[in-house]
Design a protein around this ligand. Structure first.
Ligand code: TMP
Length: 241
């Protein structure tokens, strides 16, 4: 499918239109940003890794009854996706309390609660993607209550599927951020954006080592190598399935 105009130039990804108004091409960049764009760097090979990991995880959800925007992989850096109307909300799934949630609640980073926690955020860089509640989201016409219920249900199902898959690969899914859109082809609410160590915390179950963007946020080094480990472990377990 022909790649046409650049329609969105994000920090870490670009989106191009195609000949088909219901299809777009996502291109994953080598740029990494953190703290809402305040910290920024380029890592050769990062985009190829996040593209491949995201393709595996989104594809896995598709195969397991959760619709996502991912259709197929074009090459190392690009994937063909369904066009969506963006819903500017993020639902963050937490198996552990880490990062900004640990700071907010004043608990040790990585505390394991008995329950799973879902947070709703307003996807708005200028405001720093603040937490928002359901009533506020509906008041801003970002989604209806019914759509929010559906998004929460999708996140619970996806969180469980990904937690179990990554566990088989020896990786603990600590948290994961989900974005949504209304599909241009069917109107259904589907998962969009990406699922990778850029948008999920992933820890090595054997060593407790962080294999995700915290390596950049916390200046731990070896971020690209860690993403490579995630990809290899995932490929091994998915090929064996
Ligand atoms: P946080 O600790 O920054 O709140 O992030 C929680 C998880 O969600 C972490 O894996 C990063 C991911 N996330 C994003 O990728 N983008 C976002 O805008 C937000 C709020 C979280």
């Amino acid at each position: 499918m022909a790649k046409n105009e650049l329609i969105f130039n994000g920090n870490e990804k670009q989106v191009f239109s195609t000949d088909d108004p219901t299809r777009v091409i996502f291109r994953y960049k080598d740029v990494t940003t953190a703290y809402h764009g305040v910290k920024r760097a380029r890592f050769a090979g990062k985009g190829a890794l996040t593209n491949q990991i995201s393709a595996l995880l989104l594809g896995y959800l598709n195969e397991n009854g959760v619709e996502t925007h991912y259709i197929s992989t074009i090459d190392e850096r690009e994937q063909l996706c369904r066009m969506i109307e963006i819903i500017p909300l993020e639902v963050v799934f937490h198996n552990r309390i880490a990062g900004s949630l640990a700071t907010k609640l004043g608990v040790e980073d990585g505390m394991k609660p008995a329950n799973t926690i879902l947070d709703l955020c307003y996807n708005n860089d200028e405001l720093g993607d603040p937490l928002i509640n359901r009533d506020q989201a509906v008041a801003l016409n970002l989604a209806t209550y019914q759509e929010l219920d559906l998004m929460y249900d999708i996140v619970r199902r996806s969180g469980k599927l990904l937690t179990d898959l990554l566990h088989k690969a020896g990786i603990e899914l600590v948290d994961a951020k989900f974005e949504f859109g209304r599909a241009a082809d069917t109107g259904a609410i589907i998962i969009s954006d990406e699922l990778s160590p850029d948008t999920c915390r992933m820890w090595d179950e054997a060593t407790g080592e962080r294999l995700d963007k915290d390596r950049f946020r916390l200046d731990l080094g070896d971020m690209v190598d860690s993403y490579g480990i995630v990809l290899e472990k995932l490929k091994n377990v998915m090929e064996a399935e």
